[in-house]
Write a new protein. Structure first.
Length: 416
């Protein structure tokens, strides 16, 4: 990785403003999963051990869409972090109004700012209103961008150094993730960010072969660019989940009432042609678990083609075997998206079967990377997460990385 990290700079006596990804699930004031908080601890502890002080900022939930609720305040995380670290974490109720608290900080102190998305300027998201002319919309958008710069400038004023350790939001050019770097001299990556870029970056750009990518999830349209980009990198591409049925239909197979994006059938054909021309193995389900309804209690059957009135909700046992063989022989595996509706026990065997195969890769000296989103939930549910080389914290960010896109939150950091 050619970006500077916390290790590359002197932190003694410095104030570090750090963007973390503390967007954790909270219900009735209780944190339901603290993976992201624990993931940031190495960076947090390092700054304090090196004699720095720390201002933390993050977003939580979607207060811009759903309104501000008692479950989107960072106060919950500040109290939780205080217990984890065994020291006070000072909470500031407005991220743009923390001058007094920051001025009072000494080495070893920590301040947690309120949810950055309580300010609409953080994202500067703008949709044209009904009856608003193009000119009015442009002017409003430009004004919001100016306000975003002001917020970024304010956040930058709190620290001597900016550290981005929030890979989960690195694909967003927000005030606290990317714009802030324009107003502070030193911008570096935290250790979690460094780890994400090292694993995902080397897997995609310089993989140890054979390189196998597994893509699942509901829709082809969510993974268009990923399929296109990975075909130029991998030796084998494995497709599962709801998106597989669009490919199967493109091959002329019967898919019954399974999920299918009619407008993506030509694209599916093009991608299979591309794989052929590049000599990439393109694996699709050879059998499926079909259900007569979308229900945990549905009647099921194992079929090669899906009869009318039935829908495919998981890959079948022969497919699990086929996929497992391809995965176990790999030296690098990237997995994004489940193989079926694994949340329902009847349709979880495909995802967990693939999970077991991926877990063997690391044991055999290879590298296995779980790329965000539902695949992380599946790996955690299976209990096999410790057997993976790397479980990514970023859903959207890891997808965009696999698409070959540059991430604003990474690009804006200082080069070594």
């Amino acid at each position: 990785m050619n970006k500077k990290t916390l290790r590359d700079i002197d932190l003694k006596g410095k104030k570090v403003i750090m963007r973390v990804d503390f967007n954790v699930p909270v219900k009735e004031g209780v944190i339901k999963d603290d993976t992201r908080i624990k993931g940031a601890l190495p960076s947090i502890k390092y700054v304090l051990e090196q004699g720095g002080s720390l201002i933390l900022m993050s977003h939580m939930g979607r207060p811009d869409e759903k309104g501000i609720t008692s479950d989107t305040t960072m106060k919950i995380v500040a109290d939780y972090l205080s217990k984890l670290l065994g020291k006070p974490v000072v909470f500031v109720a407005d991220c743009a109004n923390a001058d007094a608290e920051v001025a009072a900080m000494k080495a070893g102190d920590i301040v947690m700012l309120e949810n950055t998305r309580y300010h609409k300027e953080e994202q500067a998201k703008c949709k044209q209103k009904e009856g608003e002319s193009d000119e009015e919309f442009k002017a409003r958008k430009a004004a919001l961008k100016e306000q975003q710069k002001e917020l970024a400038k304010k956040l930058a004023s709190y620290g001597d150094i900016f550290c981005n350790d929030a890979f989960g939001t690195a694909h967003r050019a927000h005030a606290s993730t990317a714009v802030i770097t324009k107003y502070i001299d030193t911008s570096v990556a935290g250790f979690l960010m460094e780890k994400e870029i090292e694993y995902l970056g080397s897997a995609v750009e310089n993989p140890v072969r054979p390189f196998v990518a597994i893509l699942g999830g509901a829709k082809v349209s969510d993974k268009l660019a990923v399929v296109n980009n990975l075909l130029t990198k991998v030796d084998t591409l494995i497709i599962g989940g709801g998106m597989a049925y669009t490919f199967l239909k493109a091959l002329g197979k019967k898919i019954g009432n399974s999920l299918c994006e009619e407008d993506q059938i030509q694209y599916a054909k093009d991608m299979m042609e591309k794989a052929k021309s590049l000599g990439v193995k393109f694996l699709l389900p050879v059998d499926n678990i079909a259900a007569d309804k979308f229900d945990p209690e549905a009647n099921t059957q194992i079929v090669t083609e899906i009869p009318d009135g039935w829908m495919g909700l998981d890959i079948g046992p022969k497919t699990v075997e086929l996929y497992a063989d391809a995965i176990k022989s790999a030296k690098t595996v990237v997995w994004n998206g489940p193989m079926g509706c694994f949340e329902m026990e009847k349709f979880s065997k495909g995802t967990f079967g693939v999970c077991e195969a991926v877990a063997e890769v690391k044991a055999n000296g290879g590298i296995s990377i779980i790329g965000g989103g539902d695949s992380v939930a599946a790996v955690n549910k299976s209990g096999l997460a410790p057997k993976m080389s790397h479980v990514s914290t970023g859903g959207g960010a890891s997808l965009e990385f696999l698409e070959g896109k540059e991430l604003p939150g990474v690009v804006s950091l200082n080069d070594k």
